[in-house]
Design a protein around this ligand. Sequence first.
Ligand code: AMP
Length: 561
Amino acid sequence: MSQTLKAVRGTRDLLPPETALWNRIEATARNVFARYNFGEIRTPVFEDTALFARGVGEETDIVSKEMYTWSDGERFEENKMIAEWIDKNRSTQPHNVQPGRINEQGTPSFLAKLNALGVQRQVYRGIQQGQHLTGVTELVCFRPALSTDAISALVKARVLAKSDPSSQLQQGRIELRLVIPTSAPLNPWVERGDVSIEQFEGQFFASSQSLTLRPENTAGVVRSYIENKLGETGQLQKLYYIGPQFRRERPQKGRYRQFSQIGAEVIGPPSSGSESPLRDAEILEMLATLLDELGITGWTLELNSVGSAADRAGYNETLRAALVPVVGKMCADCQRRAVTNPLRVLDCKVPDDQPIIETLPVIADSLDEESRKHFAAVTAALDAAGVPYTLNHRLVRGLDYYTRTTFEFTHGGLGAQNALLGGGRYDGLSEMLGGPRAPGIGFAMGEDRLVLTLLAALDQNSAVEQKAEAFIAPLGESLNAAALILARELRHQGLWIELGEGSFRLKKSFEAADKTARHIVILGEDELKSGILTVKNFSTGIQTKVPRGELAVFLAEPPRE
Ligand code: AMP
């Protein structure tokens, strides 16, 4: 017997009715984002590994031990092979045919048609016959291996050449040539016809590319900002995303290996106002609004400033020095961090280390005047808007790219994994990725954790289960089609309808209906003829006769208390 396959550790299926909650969260988030003038960005789920190594930081836990990385096999470098092949065979006298040498030919419009077929070149190759030079035209394909599709592309190209007036080849001789690297295996099963196969010497496979499933989305958004030259618009870019992220963490409640984040980034050239503390305050105020609209109560906003890259580096050194006399008494992780990345000591959760951490210097004392002013403006705007927050000087966050404002929204109901969302400013990230100066600020919210928080709240209030408005029960299989028509009518009027099955006995229909819907509508021969339907409301127990034309309005009415 074959073993049953299961979802991979740290991943899970999301099923109804819980998916309804996911959809509601996403709809609420999209609605809030739209009101704050954010547009959606969708970046690929996997990227070049270097993006995360550079963008997130090699020293971070995410990059050093949590990424899903693989090498993407060998890539055939077609252009390199074409260039070398042409070089090797090129005629040294472009206007004269030379024995065995080639001239590249072809009108651009015809060449474009060849390329569309996967045939990359049309060449003219001279041959010597006695005193005379004559030539043949060759259509040439370059492939990493001998394949049927290459052969058929060449054959199609010849048919095209014979019929296409722009090819100027209708009368002439045409040969077909397929060039493949010597290292490629020759597949004996491929029909070659009159295609001549040429094995060409050289190294035409690039070493494999390292790819990684995205562990977070900010690096991808900034890569896209740079690649699509969004900065050149001069406008502030306000972008949001919703999608899966992947980290090889030890799975536990609220921590998965595939999880979903809802996040947003505000980024742009400094002239677009991207550095303004108002942007930080607006994002935080938006998050307070979003959590409120999602129905999440009792959140705490923790706020800190980690200053400029220079402040941060200075503080790292201050911390490194301050740790020297005490680190011997701390946990093994802290001993390692004290050397590699002292800032991360502040993230330590080991109870015995806490009194020591409390004595360490705080980053607020390492901030320069500019960063201090920036942070004061952020908190002043939050005060004015009435968004509550608490200052947490230990909030330095795990990722290397943060500068100035950092924040986290936590929720008591989540236990150990209490961070609902985190974010901050990353003024140097674009440059770190080779882009223009583009200060930005963003956040990522754990959607799985939002769902857990909301589910816990719903349980306490014994949530009203969502049900269809009606279950249509045909009395006998001969009424199935009529029931389908009735369901169609009601669904077209916007009602949520479940369709029963005529082979069910009435008792079974009632049981099924009670589980899924607020009403049952009975459709027998009499009801069909008279157009008067029997409807039972499960919450009141009342049975009513309703004319078909009034049914939609009757069913849509909210249940009476
Ligand atoms: P980070 O990118 O680490 O700042 O994470 C941002 C948010 O994503 C966190 O506050 C969590 O809500 C969520 N999150 C991070 N890692 C996981 C995970 N492994 N499983 C579920 N949610 C996560």
